[in-house]
Design a protein around this ligand. Structure first.
Ligand SMILES: CC(C)(COP(=O)(O)OP(=O)(O)OC[C@H]1O[C@@H](n2cnc3c(N)ncnc32)[C@H](O)[C@@H]1OP(=O)(O)O)[C@@H](O)C(=O)NCCC(=O)NCCS
Length: 211
Protein backbone atom coordinates (compact mmCIF):
# COMPACT_ATOMS: atom_id res chain seq x y z
CA UNK A 1 0.00 0.00 0.00
CA UNK A 2 1.26 3.51 -0.78
CA UNK A 3 2.03 5.24 2.52
CA UNK A 4 0.20 8.50 3.17
CA UNK A 5 2.34 11.46 4.17
CA UNK A 6 1.54 14.70 5.85
CA UNK A 7 1.31 17.02 2.89
CA UNK A 8 -0.36 20.01 4.47
CA UNK A 9 2.76 22.01 5.42
CA UNK A 10 1.03 25.10 4.09
CA UNK A 11 2.92 28.36 4.58
CA UNK A 12 0.49 30.43 2.54
CA UNK A 13 -1.94 30.21 -0.34
CA UNK A 14 -3.14 33.12 -2.39
CA UNK A 15 -4.41 33.81 -5.88
CA UNK A 16 -3.40 30.47 -7.43
CA UNK A 17 -0.03 30.41 -5.66
CA UNK A 18 0.70 27.92 -2.91
CA UNK A 19 3.83 27.59 -0.75
CA UNK A 20 4.44 24.49 1.39
CA UNK A 21 7.30 23.81 3.83
CA UNK A 22 8.54 20.49 5.23
CA UNK A 23 11.02 19.51 7.92
CA UNK A 24 13.47 17.02 6.45
CA UNK A 25 15.15 15.43 9.45
CA UNK A 26 12.94 12.45 10.21
CA UNK A 27 13.64 8.88 11.25
CA UNK A 28 15.12 6.48 8.73
CA UNK A 29 11.91 4.45 8.33
CA UNK A 30 9.97 7.55 7.32
CA UNK A 31 12.70 8.52 4.85
CA UNK A 32 12.72 5.00 3.40
CA UNK A 33 8.93 5.15 2.95
CA UNK A 34 9.15 8.52 1.22
CA UNK A 35 11.95 7.19 -0.98
CA UNK A 36 9.82 4.36 -2.35
CA UNK A 37 8.35 6.62 -5.02
CA UNK A 38 11.66 7.99 -6.36
CA UNK A 39 12.79 7.09 -9.87
CA UNK A 40 16.17 5.62 -10.81
CA UNK A 41 17.74 8.97 -11.54
CA UNK A 42 16.71 10.38 -8.15
CA UNK A 43 18.06 7.26 -6.43
CA UNK A 44 21.36 7.65 -8.29
CA UNK A 45 21.58 11.30 -7.29
CA UNK A 46 20.93 10.40 -3.65
CA UNK A 47 23.63 7.72 -3.71
CA UNK A 48 26.18 10.21 -5.04
CA UNK A 49 25.83 12.30 -1.85
CA UNK A 50 28.61 11.41 0.59
CA UNK A 51 26.93 12.28 3.89
CA UNK A 52 24.06 10.12 5.13
CA UNK A 53 22.31 13.25 6.41
CA UNK A 54 22.42 14.85 2.93
CA UNK A 55 21.16 11.64 1.31
CA UNK A 56 18.23 11.47 3.74
CA UNK A 57 17.36 15.13 3.14
CA UNK A 58 17.50 14.69 -0.64
CA UNK A 59 15.27 11.61 -0.51
CA UNK A 60 12.79 13.28 1.87
CA UNK A 61 12.63 16.39 -0.35
CA UNK A 62 11.97 14.48 -3.55
CA UNK A 63 9.52 12.15 -1.82
CA UNK A 64 7.55 15.13 -0.52
CA UNK A 65 7.66 16.77 -3.95
CA UNK A 66 6.24 13.67 -5.62
CA UNK A 67 3.50 13.29 -2.99
CA UNK A 68 2.47 16.95 -3.27
CA UNK A 69 2.38 16.90 -7.09
CA UNK A 70 0.59 13.55 -7.16
CA UNK A 71 -2.11 14.82 -4.79
CA UNK A 72 -2.73 17.84 -7.04
CA UNK A 73 -2.74 15.83 -10.27
CA UNK A 74 -4.61 12.73 -9.11
CA UNK A 75 -1.64 10.47 -9.92
CA UNK A 76 0.48 8.07 -7.91
CA UNK A 77 3.71 9.66 -6.59
CA UNK A 78 5.84 7.16 -8.50
CA UNK A 79 4.00 8.01 -11.74
CA UNK A 80 5.09 11.66 -11.73
CA UNK A 81 7.50 12.36 -14.59
CA UNK A 82 9.76 15.35 -14.93
CA UNK A 83 11.28 17.10 -17.91
CA UNK A 84 14.55 18.90 -17.28
CA UNK A 85 15.14 22.20 -19.10
CA UNK A 86 18.41 23.11 -20.79
CA UNK A 87 19.74 24.83 -17.67
CA UNK A 88 18.42 22.30 -15.19
CA UNK A 89 14.92 23.53 -14.38
CA UNK A 90 12.58 20.60 -13.73
CA UNK A 91 8.99 20.84 -14.96
CA UNK A 92 5.95 18.63 -15.44
CA UNK A 93 5.25 17.53 -19.02
CA UNK A 94 1.92 19.21 -19.78
CA UNK A 95 0.76 16.64 -22.31
CA UNK A 96 0.90 13.89 -19.65
CA UNK A 97 -0.63 15.85 -16.76
CA UNK A 98 -3.54 17.42 -18.56
CA UNK A 99 -2.96 20.54 -16.43
CA UNK A 100 -0.41 23.33 -16.47
CA UNK A 101 0.79 22.96 -12.89
CA UNK A 102 4.21 24.57 -12.36
CA UNK A 103 6.44 24.17 -9.36
CA UNK A 104 9.71 25.23 -7.83
CA UNK A 105 11.72 23.59 -5.09
CA UNK A 106 14.25 24.84 -2.58
CA UNK A 107 16.09 23.19 0.26
CA UNK A 108 18.27 24.67 2.99
CA UNK A 109 19.56 22.75 6.03
CA UNK A 110 16.63 20.66 7.30
CA UNK A 111 13.79 22.49 5.54
CA UNK A 112 12.40 22.09 2.02
CA UNK A 113 9.89 24.38 0.35
CA UNK A 114 7.69 23.66 -2.65
CA UNK A 115 5.91 26.47 -4.52
CA UNK A 116 3.02 25.64 -6.87
CA UNK A 117 1.29 27.86 -9.42
CA UNK A 118 -1.23 27.22 -12.16
CA UNK A 119 -0.31 28.42 -15.66
CA UNK A 120 2.40 30.79 -14.37
CA UNK A 121 6.16 30.56 -14.01
CA UNK A 122 7.16 30.30 -10.36
CA UNK A 123 10.46 30.29 -8.51
CA UNK A 124 11.21 29.85 -4.83
CA UNK A 125 14.33 30.02 -2.73
CA UNK A 126 14.94 29.69 1.00
CA UNK A 127 18.01 30.02 3.20
CA UNK A 128 18.68 29.18 6.84
CA UNK A 129 19.72 32.37 8.62
CA UNK A 130 23.39 31.61 9.19
CA UNK A 131 26.40 33.92 8.91
CA UNK A 132 27.72 34.35 5.36
CA UNK A 133 31.26 35.69 5.88
CA UNK A 134 31.56 36.90 2.28
CA UNK A 135 28.07 38.51 2.20
CA UNK A 136 29.36 42.05 1.57
CA UNK A 137 31.46 40.92 -1.40
CA UNK A 138 28.61 38.89 -2.91
CA UNK A 139 26.19 41.78 -2.40
CA UNK A 140 28.60 44.16 -4.18
CA UNK A 141 28.89 41.71 -7.07
CA UNK A 142 25.29 40.54 -7.47
CA UNK A 143 22.91 43.26 -6.28
CA UNK A 144 21.80 46.05 -8.60
CA UNK A 145 23.31 49.42 -7.56
CA UNK A 146 20.18 50.81 -5.88
CA UNK A 147 19.62 47.61 -3.91
CA UNK A 148 23.25 47.47 -2.90
CA UNK A 149 23.05 51.01 -1.53
CA UNK A 150 20.05 50.08 0.58
CA UNK A 151 21.79 46.88 1.80
CA UNK A 152 24.93 48.82 2.74
CA UNK A 153 22.82 51.34 4.69
CA UNK A 154 21.43 48.63 7.02
CA UNK A 155 22.53 48.48 10.67
CA UNK A 156 25.28 45.82 11.01
CA UNK A 157 23.07 43.51 13.12
CA UNK A 158 20.31 43.55 10.49
CA UNK A 159 22.65 42.94 7.55
CA UNK A 160 22.99 39.12 7.62
CA UNK A 161 19.20 38.60 7.40
CA UNK A 162 18.82 41.47 4.94
CA UNK A 163 21.47 39.90 2.71
CA UNK A 164 19.73 36.51 2.75
CA UNK A 165 16.33 38.07 1.98
CA UNK A 166 17.81 39.81 -1.06
CA UNK A 167 19.73 36.69 -2.07
CA UNK A 168 16.63 34.48 -1.97
CA UNK A 169 14.86 37.04 -4.15
CA UNK A 170 17.64 36.86 -6.76
CA UNK A 171 17.63 33.08 -6.67
CA UNK A 172 13.84 32.86 -6.83
CA UNK A 173 13.80 35.10 -9.90
CA UNK A 174 16.51 33.08 -11.61
CA UNK A 175 14.66 29.85 -10.79
CA UNK A 176 11.34 31.20 -12.07
CA UNK A 177 13.08 32.08 -15.33
CA UNK A 178 14.88 28.73 -15.40
CA UNK A 179 18.36 30.28 -15.44
CA UNK A 180 21.36 28.32 -14.22
CA UNK A 181 24.17 29.32 -11.94
CA UNK A 182 25.94 32.43 -13.19
CA UNK A 183 23.52 33.12 -16.07
CA UNK A 184 22.87 36.85 -16.47
CA UNK A 185 19.33 37.62 -15.33
CA UNK A 186 17.40 40.23 -17.26
CA UNK A 187 13.98 40.70 -15.73
CA UNK A 188 11.38 43.40 -15.78
CA UNK A 189 10.05 43.74 -12.22
CA UNK A 190 6.67 44.89 -13.53
CA UNK A 191 6.00 41.41 -14.93
CA UNK A 192 6.61 39.59 -11.65
CA UNK A 193 5.38 39.56 -8.06
CA UNK A 194 7.94 38.72 -5.39
CA UNK A 195 6.79 37.80 -1.88
CA UNK A 196 9.07 37.32 1.10
CA UNK A 197 8.03 34.73 3.68
CA UNK A 198 9.28 32.78 6.69
CA UNK A 199 9.13 29.04 5.88
CA UNK A 200 10.10 28.07 9.44
CA UNK A 201 11.60 30.09 12.31
CA UNK A 202 15.25 30.80 11.53
CA UNK A 203 14.78 30.76 7.75
CA UNK A 204 13.94 33.33 5.11
CA UNK A 205 12.47 32.78 1.68
CA UNK A 206 11.12 34.49 -1.41
CA UNK A 207 8.64 33.22 -3.96
CA UNK A 208 8.31 34.89 -7.37
CA UNK A 209 5.45 34.42 -9.86
CA UNK A 210 4.82 35.89 -13.27
CA UNK A 211 1.89 38.34 -13.18
C1 LIG B 1 20.80 25.62 -9.67
C2 LIG B 1 20.26 26.52 -8.59
C3 LIG B 1 18.95 27.11 -9.10
C4 LIG B 1 20.08 25.74 -7.29
O1 LIG B 1 19.74 26.57 -6.23
P1 LIG B 1 20.27 26.31 -4.76
O2 LIG B 1 19.94 27.52 -3.96
O3 LIG B 1 21.67 25.85 -4.80
O4 LIG B 1 19.44 25.06 -4.27
P2 LIG B 1 17.90 24.99 -3.97
O5 LIG B 1 17.72 23.85 -3.03
O6 LIG B 1 17.33 26.29 -3.55
O7 LIG B 1 17.26 24.61 -5.37
C5 LIG B 1 17.53 23.37 -5.95
C6 LIG B 1 16.37 22.98 -6.84
O8 LIG B 1 16.16 23.98 -7.84
C7 LIG B 1 15.67 23.33 -9.01
N1 LIG B 1 16.52 23.75 -10.12
C8 LIG B 1 17.71 23.27 -10.53
N2 LIG B 1 18.15 23.98 -11.61
C9 LIG B 1 17.21 24.91 -11.85
C10 LIG B 1 17.08 25.94 -12.84
N3 LIG B 1 17.99 26.15 -13.78
N4 LIG B 1 15.99 26.74 -12.79
C11 LIG B 1 15.04 26.55 -11.85
N5 LIG B 1 15.10 25.59 -10.89
C12 LIG B 1 16.18 24.78 -10.91
C13 LIG B 1 15.69 21.82 -8.75
O9 LIG B 1 14.39 21.44 -8.36
C14 LIG B 1 16.64 21.70 -7.59
O10 LIG B 1 16.33 20.61 -6.75
P3 LIG B 1 17.18 19.26 -6.83
O11 LIG B 1 18.62 19.64 -6.96
O12 LIG B 1 16.87 18.56 -5.55
O13 LIG B 1 16.66 18.53 -8.02
C15 LIG B 1 21.20 27.68 -8.28
O14 LIG B 1 22.40 27.18 -7.80
C16 LIG B 1 21.42 28.64 -9.39
O15 LIG B 1 21.99 28.37 -10.40
N6 LIG B 1 20.99 29.86 -9.14
C17 LIG B 1 21.26 30.97 -9.96
C18 LIG B 1 22.31 31.74 -9.21
C19 LIG B 1 22.66 33.03 -9.81
O16 LIG B 1 23.09 33.10 -10.93
N7 LIG B 1 22.47 34.07 -9.01
C20 LIG B 1 22.87 35.36 -9.33
C21 LIG B 1 24.17 35.58 -8.60
S1 LIG B 1 25.05 36.98 -9.15
Amino acid sequence: MTPVFETDGLVFKTDGLEVLAFMLDMDQDAVDDLGLCLNDEERRRALRLKLGRDRRRFVATHGHLRHVLAARLGLRPSDIEFEIGRLGKPRLPRRKCGADLRFSLSRSADVAVIALANDRDVGVDIEAILPVPEADEIAALCLPASEHASYAAQEPERRPTDFLERWTRLEAVSKAMGCGLGQPIVWDERNWTATGFVPKPGYVGTVVVRN
